[in-house]
Design a protein around this ligand. Sequence first.
Ligand code: 13P
Length: 254
Amino acid sequence: MRIPMIAGNWKMNTTVGEAVTLVRSMLSGLEKMNGVDRVVCPPFISLAAVKDLLKGSSVKLGAQNIFYEEKGAYTGEISPLMLAELCEYVIIGHSERRQYFGETGDMIDKKIKAALNVELKPILCIGEKLEENEQGKTQEVLTHQLTASSDRGYYVGGLVIAYEPVWAIGTGRSASGSEANETIGFIRQLVSHQHGSDIADNVRILYGGSVTAENIAEFIRQPEIDGALVGGASLKAEDFLSITKQTAEIRGLS
Ligand code: 13P
C-alpha cells in the first residue's frame, strides 16, 4: 500500500525567523496525523533551524533544489552532502527551476542521481505548460520528461513523482480531480511500461498546482493520487493542517 504524502513547498518565502514560527505553529497538529507522510520544504537557509525544531518528530524535512557536484568551485550552490546532513527529501526539476533557471532534463537526471547517492529521496516534478495542454501534447511532454529521468534504481531509492501542470501552479486554477487522476494514471502506466508493475504500483505520485484546504478532498478521493505537493497553502498553518487532516481522514488512516 502506498502511504499518502503531503509536502509543502514553501518556495522563496519566509525568513529564518518566519520559518521557525510557521513550523512551531503547525508542529503539534502535524504530529497527530500519523499514516500520512508530512514533509516541509523551507528555503535552504532555514533548513538547519527547522531540523532542530523537528528533532524527535515524525514530520520530515525536504529541500527545494540541489546541485549535482559533491563539492568545489560552484559559487552559491548547495551540494548533496550538505543536504544529506539535514534532509530526507529534495524537490528536483520543479517547473520554476526549468523555466527561470534553465534546468534541462540532463541536469535534472544528474541531480536525481546525486541525491540518491547520498540517500536523499527525490521528489521529481513533471508537468505540461498551458499551450502544450491546449495542443493535446500532455502525454507526449510527460513521457519525454519522465524518460529523461528514468532508471529502475531511482524508484528503488524512494523517488516520488509530483505531477504539476504548469498552468495550475500559483494560478488558482487547479486541474479537476478526475483530470489529475487520469493523467497520474497515465504516468503510472508509463512507469509500468518502463520498469514493471511492481515498481509502478509502489511509486507515489502526487498532484500539485493550486491545492487548497477547499479542494484537497477532490484529489485525495481519486485512486491514482497519492497526495499533494502544496505551494501557497503550505505557508498557512491552518490550511496545511487541514489539507493533511483531510488526507488522513479520507484514506482512513486517522
Ligand atoms: P501552488 O500550490 O502555489 O499553486 O504551487 C504548487 C507548486 O508549485 C508546488 O510545488
